[in-house]
Design a protein around this ligand. Sequence first.
Ligand SMILES: [Zn+2]
Length: 93
Amino acid sequence: MKMSEDQQKCFESWLRANCSNLKCALCQSVRWKIGDLLLPAHVNPLEQDLGAHEPVMAQLVCKNCAHVVLFDVRRIKGWHDDGVSDSSQTMIF
Ligand SMILES: [Zn+2]
């Protein structure tokens, strides 16, 4: 799943604040690009009830060697699961 623009911005600024000198563990490159979101259903399709409680992971991809680093979005400050629900709330009030 693609990240929304808000999620990308949130992820980027969180990365800058918490791991601004992140180096690739494999090739030592410091050039990264933001990847997709990994949803629990894809991680463990056989246990859907449990799956709901598994973390959504945000990918960060090394531009040099394509090594992927995963971040648990529950730990990312200011992260919103779904920007759409926020804007629908705004329309109600
Ligand atoms: Zn790398």
